[in-house]
Design a protein around this ligand. Structure first.
Ligand SMILES: *Cc1c(COP(=O)(O)O)cnc(C)c1O
Length: 399
């Protein structure tokens, strides 16, 4: 079975985890700091805060941005639930802006048109790994006083060109905060895990503290509240809780895996680019299948592809998407649909009153979307199997 996505684990990954298991630190230890340092360096950010999921990174992003009730967060409907749920976690209102039909990313013009006085944040997603127009989005959001959060869970290592230089998601100042996920289907993995990166020291500091219950042991930060008598004076045991945080800590075992995976990330990205190029070449002349299109601001060699999501005219092809997926599965190939527009979810319709028709481009895309297998561990023969099967399923019916 060729799944639509999976991890690539080598002996060096296993050795790194086993060595950490035998060390003194299973959590909150040196591997965590090292992973943060290396990841920050890799993307080009000043601060990185490792957490136990991409969702936790997004939640901390909305917390440190001080979003709350009465504030609106705008994002794309074509993304994983967490990009919008992070607004609801802090009592803010998640709302949605239509996508650009070609890139499937949030459209800056639609963003401008959807802007409301209570809009305080934008979550800009790098869908499938293709960088969104973060400059255009930032130029709409910043003058209106909103914070820009880039959800780069799909785009680990993706870059755009700025002043002639390639800058990675997380490594430029068009976003205030950038978040990543290391779930096994993502481009590199820690099992579960995530990262929040920023160039803003204050935001980073808040995120570090909220990751661990809002607690601090730094004497310089103590308020002194509670020192009502000798027995309340700070000592070596002392800590203070200043805000309501969480246990979003990641383990050293996971970070050991992360460090090991990060060292092979350039290879993972290259292999995914090769597979995407082979798919594009094989599918460009099919009548009923449309490979992903690129925006004018991106360069193919700078994209770290997470998904290969094509659009198929199922109606013209004379087969439903469900039948197509079943037939692919019978040929040993897993496929998936990314994504159901979030506002169509029962929770969103019931709590926010959203209904079909809100984002027509997103719905049109959703009706035709299908993700084909894409992961670094795919062999050439796996790729050929997918190509042959898809081509024969699309051609058989065109005649
Ligand atoms: C995977 C993903 C997340 C959430 O990451 P987890 O690590 O699964 O919590 C958020 N946003 C996007 C776009 C994702 O693909």
């Amino acid at each position: 079975m060729i799944p639509y996505g999976r991890q690539q684990i080598e002996q060096s990954d296993i050795d790194a985890v086993v060595a950490t298991l035998k060390s003194d630190w299973l959590t909150s230890g040196p591997r965590v700091e090292e992973f943060e340092k290396q990841f920050a360096e890799f993307v080009g950010a000043s601060h990185a805060v490792a957490v136990n999921s991409g969702t936790a990174a997004l939640h901390l992003a909305t917390m440190v941005a001080e979003l709350g009730p009465g504030d609106r967060l705008l994002t794309s409907p074509i993304t994983f639930l967490a990009s919008a749920n992070c607004a609801a976690y802090v009592g803010a209102t998640p709302d949605f802006v239509d996508i650009d039909r070609a890139s499937r990313n949030l459209c800056p013009r639609a963003l401008e048109a959807a802007w409301q006085p209570d809009t305080k944040a934008v979550v800009a997603v790098d869908f499938a790994g293709q960088p969104c127009d973060i400059q255009g989005i930032s130029e709409v959001a910043r003058p209106r006083g909103a914070i820009v959060i880039e959800d780069a869970c799909h785009g680990i290592g993706s870059a755009i060109r700025k002043d002639g230089k390639a800058v990675r998601s997380g490594g430029h100042d068009w976003a205030d905060i950038t978040t990543f996920s290391f779930h096994p289907v993502k481009t590199m993995t820690t099992g579960e895990g995530g990262m929040l990166v920023t160039n803003d020291e204050e935001l980073a500091k808040k995120a570090y503290i909220l990751r661990n219950h809002g607690m601090t042991r730094e004497a310089s930060e103590f308020t002194g509240l509670g020192s009502g008598g000798a027995q309340f004076q700070p000592g070596p045991w002392y800590y203070e809780m200043h805000e309501l945080g969480f246990n979003y800590r990641i383990t050293d075992l996971q970070c050991a895996l992360g460090i090991s995976q990060l060292s092979r990330l350039p290879q993972f990205i290259k292999r995914r680019q090769e597979i995407v190029a082979a798919y594009n070449e094989a599918f460009h002349n099919l009548e009923f299948l449309h490979p992903p299109a690129l925006s004018s601001h991106v360069e193919p060699e700078l994209i770290s592809w997470h998904l290969y999501s094509v659009e198929i005219d199922f109606e013209l092809l004379g087969i439903t998407r469900a039948e197509f997926m079943t037939e692919m599965r019978e040929n040993g190939i897993g496929t998936q649909v990314h994504y159901i527009p979030i506002y169509l979810q029962p929770y969103y319709r019931q709590n926010y009153g959203y209904s079909p028709g809100k984002c027509p481009e997103a719905e049109a895309y959703y009706g035709r979307a299908l993700s084909l297998p894409l992961y670094a561990a795919m062999t050439d023969s796996d790729v050929q199997t997918v190509i042959d099967t898809v081509r024969s399923m699309c051609q058989r019916r065109s005649s």
